[in-house]
Design a protein around this ligand. Structure first.
Ligand code: HEM
Length: 590
């Protein structure tokens, strides 16, 4: 494992990788030791290289070029003056950055998926943009995706981090999604068995029970024959399922006021845009002032919670407090045999008596030989709380959104729905027939779900990485600290791969003869590589079971109000505003 240099007298050459300087927009201490110019003077005590350069430009008007010990002149990103050239020098074009906001607010607006597709069409499969002052490489190039997410994972084990995010190596409470390096490997390895086929089969009775309650709740809409928004019902369902599987809660879906879902609904789902999170956006623009932004954010949050009684923040706090109390209770009952087999229980059983001080604070910023890292299978209390929070988050709106898109598509394509209903009637006409094995055999169901996720890769924007070392991907030089994002919507709708009807809903395109020869990376709704979605099996099973049970009982019918307005919402998923449909009772209902 790479260690950080500590000798302040070293020159930049000591810190370079492949002849290029090592830069880090997060690792302030690391940067402090690296930012020494050829004459041996320190450029910055406290900042990452990219930040330091821009800061230098802003405040002191420092040199335009930094001399490297290999004799080459390397310009550092200074988006205020020549941000566009930063990517041009790397052979890439991209949208012109604003002199303060970079490519905000468009780049992270509610319509980000639309904007990125437009940019990909204009600038090509690889282009550069700026989140504030931070350079981000956007790609829909399968060779680059392969390099970043699979082949060179050792240099891309970190997600693309927000400047105000806590240090993932040292912060006490951290979950798998935000962790990197050694800590990520440990958290992921401990969680992996929770999502094995055997474990997921054990959860099926919970899925069935919650889905049956949903079907019961929807019957009155079918009887009234009036259009209604089905999206909140899917959120009740997925919230209920994950609260039961992860936290061992009793089902509370029947009264449509699931406590956990209420907290989630209130806490999440706001549009991801400038006006909702000004401090977060400013931190991207001036990351060198991150301590200041943290204080501003804390003061703002405190005012919102205690003075303005902000529902959103209060709900998140309430949720975390409830979760922590549950985890602590389970720790006290660790040796009692209460028969619970939810995620909390599995994690509590993996917990160590001693805090993992050494391991948790181990620095994992830098290129790592991930396969060779040895991990201990232990968790701290803070990690258990965060892991459970993560699973609630990840298992809630993703699957609800996906179900909503499929409902919309089936309502709009009655021919596909007919075909699917025929398969359901043939394989599982009754509730008792809905088994893991039968669902596995239902090929058309599988194609429909796949095609829904192709057209609506709702979690595309969490498919990001951050370079932890200087490297080259698909022939493009990438500096340490650079963010990489996949434009999955463009990958999934690329006509060169999917044909002229790439924008159409046609599940048959996944039939084996047509699918043959298509690159596997052309379809990545759950991501790819070691950090791909851990909950894929869980989500697909829940979704398929829900679709089958719903179509055993109803038909989805489109009305004039059946439209799809989507926005990027706070957890990072693309969500529909609403999905208005009518339900028609089916003759065969049971
Ligand atoms: C249709 C539903 C879902 C979709 C489309 C989806 C998609 C994704 C995507 C695209 C990623 C990022 C992968 C990457 O960075 O390469 C991800 C990560 C993740 N997902 Fe899902 N997901 C879904 C459901 C779930 C569920 C139900 C759970 C858990 C119960 C879950 C847990 C996670 C976790 C923990 C990660 C982080 C993995 C890591 O960093 O190692 N997801 N998901």
């Amino acid at each position: 494992m790479e260690t950080r240099p500590t000798d302040n007298n070293r020159t930049s050459a000591d810190c370079s990788t492949n002849g290029r300087p090592s830069t880090d927009d997060n690792g302030a201490e690391h940067a402090a030791t690296c930012l020494i110019d050829a004459s041996g003077r320190r450029r910055s005590e406290i900042m990452g290289t990219q930040e330091a350069d821009r800061f230098g430009y802003l405040i002191k008007g420092w040199q335009r070029k930094m001399r490297m010990t290999n004799g080459a002149l390397e310009q550092r990103p200074r988006y205020l003056k020549d941000g566009k050239k930063y990517f041009e020098r790397r052979g890439l074009s991209g949208p012109k950055p604003h002199f303060i906001w970079g490519n905000f607010p468009k780049a992270l607006s509610g319509q980000m998926h639309v904007e990125m597709q437009r940019w990909t069409a204009e600038y090509g499969k690889n282009y550069g943009m700026f989140h504030g002052s931070k350079p981000v490489l956007v790609t829909s190039d399968l060779a680059v995706i392969n390099d970043v997410f699979q082949k060179q994972f050792n240099s891309f084990h970190s997600r693309y981090k927000h400047p105000l995010a806590p240090n993932p190596d040292t912060v006490k409470e951290m979950h798998m999604f935000g962790a990197r390096g050694l800590r990520w490997k440990r958290l992921r390895t401990i969680a992996n068995p929770t999502f094995s086929v055997a474990k997921i089969k054990e959860m099926m009775p919970i899925f069935t029970d919650s889905i049956n309650t949903l079907v019961g709740n929807l019957k009155r809409h079918a009887e009234s024959n009036k259009p209604f928004d089905i999206y909140p019902y899917y959120k009740y369902l997925t919230g209920d399922v994950i609260a039961r599987c992860a936290l061992g809660q009793e089902s509370s879906i029947q009264d449509e006021s699931n406590d956990w879902v209420r907290m989630f609904n209130e806490g999440l789902g706001t549009e991801f845009c400038f006006k909702n999170m000004p401090v977060a956006f400013l931190a991207w623009t001036f990351p060198e002032l991150k301590q200041f932004w943290r204080i501003v954010q804390q003061v703002k949050d405190a005012l919102r919670v205690y003075i303005f009684r902000n529902t959103r923040l209060n709900s998140i706090r309430e949720f975390l407090a409830k979760l922590r109390a549950d985890v602590e209770m389970r720790q006290l009952q660790k040796d009692e045999n209460h028969g619970k087999k939810d995620f909390i229980q599995l994690f509590v059983e993996a917990q160590t008596e001693e805090p993992l001080e050494k391991e948790v604070t181990e620095v994992t910023d830098g290129k790592l030989l991930m396969q060779q890292l040895k991990i201990s299978k232990k968790l701290t209390t803070g990690e258990i709380v965060q892991q459970c929070l993560l699973f609630m988050l990840a298992g809630y709106d993703t699957t609800a959104n996906s179900l909503s898109y499929i409902t919309y598509l089936l309502a709009k394509h009655q021919d596909v729905q007919d075909k699917l209903i025929s398969e359901i009637d043939a394989y599982c006409p009754d509730e008792a027939d809905v088994t893991y094995e039968t669902l596995h055999e239902m090929t058309y169901l599988n194609l429909v779900v796949k095609e829904g996720l192709r057209l609506f890769p709702l979690a595309a924007f969490v498919q990001s990485r951050q370079a932890v070392a200087d490297c080259e991907v698909g022939g493009i030089p990438v500096q340490k600290g650079t963010g990489i994002m996949i434009d999955v919507w463009s990958v999934h709708r690329n006509r060169e791969v999917w044909g002229a009807d790439a924008e159409d809903f046609r599940p048959e395109r996944f039939e084996s003869d047509e699918d043959e020869g298509r690159p596997s990376l052309a379809y990545i709704p759950f991501g790819v590589g070691p950090r791909m979605c851990i909950g894929m099996r869980f989500a697909l099973l829940e979704e398929k079971m829900a679709i089958v049970r719903l179509l055993q009982n109803f038909r989805f019918v489109a009305t004039d109000a059946t439209k799809l307005d989507m926005k990027l919402s706070d957890p990072g998923t693309v969500s529909p505003d609403e999905v208005i449909v009518r339900l028609e009772p089916r003759q065969r209902s049971n």
